[in-house]
Ligand binder design. Structure first.
Ligand SMILES: NC(=O)c1ccc[n+]([C@@H]2O[C@H](COP(=O)([O-])OP(=O)(O)OC[C@H]3O[C@@H](n4cnc5c(N)ncnc54)[C@H](O)[C@@H]3O)[C@@H](O)[C@H]2O)c1
Ligand SMILES: [Zn+2]
Length: 344
């Protein structure tokens, strides 16, 4: 068990460790505040029960939430709060999210609002959760107008990226993780694919931890983590969430590359490097959904919560990723044409 790696998220008095490796879930017990009496585990039916750690001497209550983005709602949060209350969970107890990004976003948000906030830890059980969703304190739920439009910043007290979880993960969910992993290649400008998986996960966690530590509330640098996400959110809404997040991100990354090229920010060779990583290394989907309506997507992107006064994108340049405001509609359309023309 000594091959557990630890990455620290440095946020002064809210700093916390992220444990990475097989069996990492067992590291959490030692992090629990002595005043905690009860653990409110939030999980899903599809998450293998053995991934829920055991805590001697603590009363553990398990709450199962629904699967899929349609359950990432305020209604689910309310149901959880009512169940917590019935089970006697108090503000000195602890919420433990055991699941993928959906579970940790919902568990985190519920922890942020129940009794005006109680402690939360996570066992991330999907690759996407490990390298992204469970770290950094962004929590929230969807509304029909957009994903994650209601939420709060609420940092966990510790996170376990337990690689035992990867053994049961389906191909589709692994691909989702690779979609987010691909984005770290462009944020860090490193070829992470040379690292063995455990070290690669730890490196992604480190990149995210450093960004979160420098810009917790997304006033600048943290927005770079949204690379590929502006279109991804629009694609998810257009497909009624049938296209998974990480796969939508992979298409979004390629769209962003084309947009950057249309705007004269990067040469064609750099667009090709995007395909080499997204498609070549991670073998991810590079096509828009068949009946995708790009005009509707442009409207949807304008509503994206990252749009400030006008449409904002994270775009590549010779100096790396940058946040770019005021994108022209004609460039957006041209980038869709370029993306489609590569889909043969
Ligand atoms: N808060 C953030 O910073 C952040 C960042 C990225 C993504 N997200 C959010 O994360 C969510 C997507 O997360 P996801 O891709 O992990 O999907 P998910 O949480 O929906 O999980 C996908 C599926 O895998 C199942 N599952 C989970 N662990 C498993 C395991 N070990 N073995 C077998 N099945 C398992 C789940 O039950 C579910 O059916 C989205 O809602 C997205 O908005 C949040
Ligand atoms: Zn994402």
């Amino acid at each position: 068990m000594s091959d557990i790696q630890t990455v620290q998220v440095n946020l002064e008095d809210r700093s916390y460790p992220v444990f990475i490796g097989r069996g990492a879930r067992h590291e959490l017990a030692a992090q629990i505040n002595p005043s905690v009496r009860r653990i409110a585990v939030v999980t899903q039916d599809g998450v293998p029960a053995q991934l829920i750690p055991e805590f001697a001497d603590l009363e553990t209550h398990t709450f199962v939430i629904g699967d899929g983005e349609i359950h990432k709602t305020l209604e689910t949060v309310q149901t959880l709060c009512r169940s917590f209350s019935e089970a006697g969970i108090t503000r000195s107890d602890l919420v433990l999210g055991v699941g993928g990004g959906l579970v940790t976003d919902v568990a985190g948000f519920t922890a942020a609002v129940y009794h005006r906030g109680l402690g939360v830890m996570h066992v991330a059980t999907t690759l996407l959760g490990m390298i992204d969703a469970a770290i950094g304190g962004k929590t929230g739920v969807n509304i029909p107008e957009g994903k994650n439009l209601i939420g709060a910043y609420w940092q966990p007290q510790a996170v376990a990226c337990d690689m035992d979880a990867l053994l049961s993960l389906g191909e589709r969910d692994l691909q989702c993780g690779y979609g987010e992993m691909a984005k770290y290649h462009f944020i860090s400008r490193q070829d992470l694919s040379l690292l063995p998986l455990g070290q690669r996960i730890a490196r992604c966690v480190q990149i995210k931890a450093d960004i979160v530590a420098s810009d917790e509330r997304e006033s600048g640098q943290r927005a770079l983590l949204n690379y590929g996400h502006t279109l991804a959110h629009a694609v998810e809404i257009a497909t009624n969430f049938t296209m998974p997040h990480g796969v939508a991100v992979s298409v979004g990354i390629l769209y962003a590359a084309h947009l950057a090229q249309v705007m004269g920010r990067i040469p064609e060779t750099r667009v090709q490097e995007h395909y080499d990583i997204v498609h070549g290394i991670y073998n991810l989907q590079t096509a828009l959904p068949a009946d995708f309506d790009s005009a509707a997507a442009i409207t949807s992107m304008r509503r994206d919560k990252k749009a400030l006064s006008s449409l904002t994108f994270v775009l590549d340049s010779k100096d790396g990723l940058q946040i770019v405001d005021g994108i022209l509609e004609q460039d957006l359309k041209q980038a869709f044409d370029a993306l489609r023309s590569r889909q043969g």
